[in-house]
Design a binder for this molecule. Structure first.
Ligand SMILES: [Zn+2]
Ligand SMILES: [Zn+2]
Length: 218
């Protein structure tokens, strides 16, 4: 089963995928599971969670003061701008798993030192919007830490959805089974990588957004 564990919808500031469209694309592209990981919003998840064709995991991408953290399987929102350690504690209190999102990405990634020195449940070892080099480093770090891996497209537009995924056993039926499968043993990750061209575009856009927000990290 293919699981794209990092998708943004129109409920993220910069997301352009309607939640129902995300669902249809997931079916079309043969995904058995998706995690909607909007920035501090469960609205898309609430709209599509009961579809039945695709398992939808409740998730959010939290902007900690040290970088982005993915929270899977949580039952409530987690505040932004806490330290990595405080964010992980909040995620655990909410019954979820904390994964270091794209840890090697400039600006929004946690970096190796912060990732290594905090009790993460796992690492996002494939992200279609990361450089190939950064995805390789993330996978190597997960091996070094001996921790579970996740992967996702980080799709903000329709074309990206499903480009990166983690491979899980077939036949999983519930959110809980999916999360257990990810947490219980190392999984294979299939990842696309960001091209140099799109990275340059992304860099310009990210700086533009950052400036518009009064120089606060997103
Ligand atoms: Zn991120
Ligand atoms: Zn993201």
């Amino acid at each position: 089963m293919k699981a794209d564990m990092h998708i943004h919808t129109t409920f993220s500031d910069d997301g352009r995928i309607d939640p129902y469209e995300a669902l249809e694309l997931a079916v079309e592209r043969g995904l058995g599971c998706i995690a909607i990981a909007d920035h501090n919003s469960f609205e898309a998840y609430d709209l599509i969670k009961d579809d039945g064709r695709v398992i939808v995991i409740p998730a959010i991408e939290v902007s900690s003061s040290e970088g982005h953290i993915l929270a899977y399987g949580i039952d409530r929102d987690v505040p932004c701008r806490l330290s990595a350690r405080e964010t992980i504690d909040e995620i655990h209190d909410a019954g979820g798993y904390a994964f270091a999102a794209h840890p090697y990405r400039w600006w929004s990634g946690l970096g190796e030192k912060v990732t290594l020195s905090n009790p993460f449940d796992g690492i996002e070892a494939g992200n279609a919007r990361s450089y190939r080099r950064d995805n390789r480093s993330a996978l190597a770090l997960s091996k070094r830490m001996g921790c579970p891996v996740s992967a996702g497209s980080d799709a903000h537009t329709k074309d990206q959805l499903g480009k990166t995924y983690v491979i899980l056993p077939d036949g999983l039926k519930t959110q809980k089974e999916v999360l257990n499968a990810i947490i219980s043993s190392p999984r294979e990750v299939v990842t696309a990588n960001r091209s140099v061209t799109s990275t340059l575009r992304y860099g310009v856009k990210a700086i533009g957004l950052w400036a518009a927000r009064g120089f606060k990290r997103m």
